[in-house]
Design a protein around this ligand. Sequence first.
Ligand code: PMP
Length: 287
Amino acid sequence: MTRTVYVNGEYLPETEAKVSIFDRGFLMADGVYEVTSVLGGKLIDFDGHAARLARSLAELDMKQSVTHEELLEIHRELVTRNEITDGLIYLQITRGAPGDRDFAFPPEDTEPTIVLFTQNKPGLADAPQAKTGIKVISIEDLRWHRRDIKTVQLLYPSMGKMMAKKAGCDDAWMVEEGFVTEGTSNNAYIVTKDGTIVTRHLSNDILHGITRAAVLRFAKEAQVKVEERPFTIEEAQNAAEAFITSASAFVMPVVEIDGQPVGDGKVGPLAPRIREIYLEEMRKAAI
Ligand code: PMP
């Protein structure tokens, strides 16, 4: 089946979808994005992703050219047209294609480029790694300092993923001034020996994960203690458990960091429990 994608107001077969070579997303990574998961044909935490999109656009002085309702309608239409039961919807908005290359922002009336496409992922919530856990390496965090904005500048995270693969691991945790910031495409957590979830506090140093917000809310509701503070790789290696969260991985245990087992090297009790609560609650609230 040829995918149907959305480009600037039109639904098109992916083979016919085009953007200009002068698009600032292409020339300057001048764009933002969101990824929303679909489970059982419904959108998970759409409002959270739409709210972060609005914030990313505002932080970059980009105009919001589609309303919340229109965005919801486009997401739903793509789910239907592509017959997605489980999968992901990518949304990318750039500062548009002003007609020539220039460092200065284009005139105010330049229309943003809006692209949405789907990825079909049957069984997205049943990833085998949720049972076995993933292995990560640590790398230096060499990204820019506005990581709270979800921009399409993904080169360093992409390089980090490749470094992890080369080392026979699944992902990389980035470290700045001795403390873990986040994973290449996820937020990072540890569970202390007394059962407290620790994750870095919100600032410009990390992306404010939509899954993170929900997971911390559910953890607190389940009477699990949460500390939002930085932690080191050494503390993580000596923790009882570690895990990551993202809209596509949900909650995923981490069992090895830089070749050292976390806890007993097996998937611990808390991460799978939080994953189960997250999936159950989010499926109930899906729209
Ligand atoms: N941090 C980074 C750097 C990411 O790319 C992502 C995934 N988009 C996350 C954290 C997790 O965010 P979310 O839970 O909103 O997917």
